[in-house]
Design a protein around this ligand. Structure first.
Ligand code: SF4
Ligand code: SF4
Length: 251
């Protein structure tokens, strides 16, 4: 049985049959690094745009394959990719899928049936994490000094911004995510950069964003666009305001 509909929706997936008469679809969505905006604008990690895109793709796939009882996998996604041999764990604790390096968002759906598998051979890649330590050297807080330390990683700490004493000024104007360890990783250096969507770039102008954060009800179009680009969960005006004010202070 083929999954034509899945191929029409996305080519970025692997498929592996499970033992229980089900198959697992490993979806991934690449996110290319953005060309920098002027200092008057907030920075944003492209990963935060890829995840909502991937969520829409996963919903479309679920809908298209609804007769195969698709179920979203709720376990550790990265581990499921590693365990299936469909990605490598790098020193920076990120999943690497060639040719996109660590710049991938991931999602998994399980469906009924067994199919022709779509896998990837990573045997050549296994030695590719050169232990060059560029991620470690460029992490602004030493979160990779002794393996990955989620407690001090700025990206992780942003979720805890109210109580955190982390040096968020080291985010260097980034209001969503930290990608210092990805920017220098040799796995990613071949990737082309792309422009941030124009309508989002306009919103990222710091005074515009601050006005929105202070009175989101007055800016429904901004709210709608942020919901679309970064997802409702990440569109938290109070949290964004915290990082926007920091970015303005340090601009
Ligand atoms: S995301 Fe930022 S803080 Fe976290 S490990 Fe990477 S460089 Fe360090
Ligand atoms: S920067 Fe170097 S050491 Fe760090 S994950 Fe990438 S290849 Fe590995």
């Amino acid at each position: 049985m083929t999954l034509n509909r899945l191929n029409e929706i996305t080519k970025n997936y692997f498929l592996k049959n499970l033992d229980c008469g089900r198959a697992r679809i490993f979806l991934y969505e690449p996110h290319l690094p953005f060309n920098p905006l002027p200092k008057t604008h907030a920075k944003i990690n492209p990963n935060y745009l890829a995840y909502p895109r991937l969520t829409r793709i996963a919903k479309e796939v679920s809908h298209a394959l609804s007769d195969l009882s698709p179920v979203r996998f709720k376990g550790d996604l990265k581990k499921a990719f590693y365990d299936a041999g469909l990605g490598l764990r790098l020193n920076n604790n990120l999943l690497m899928i060639p040719p996109y390096g660590t710049r991938v968002s991931i999602e998994i759906l399980d469906i009924l049936g067994n199919y022709e598998e779509k896998l990837i051979d990573l045997s050549q890649e296994k030695q590719y994490c050169k232990k060059c330590n560029l991620c470690k050297k460029n992490c602004p807080v030493g979160a990779l000094d002794n393996g990955f330390n989620a407690i001090i990683c700025l990206r992780a700490e942003m979720n805890n911004y109210k109580e955190s004493t982390a040096p968020f000024e080291k985010l260097n104007g980034n209001i969503l995510g930290c990608e210092a360890c990805q920017l220098h990783c040799p796995h990613n250096l071949h990737l082309k950069t792309e422009d941030i969507p124009k309508d989002l770039a306009e919103i990222l102008y710091l005074p515009t964003l601050l006005n929105y954060c202070k009175n989101p009800e007055n800016y429904p179009l901004v709210a709608e666009k942020l919901d679309f680009y970064i997802g409702k969960n990440m569109n938290n005006p109070e949290k964004i305001q915290f990082f926007v004010e920091l970015a303005m202070k340090n601009a």
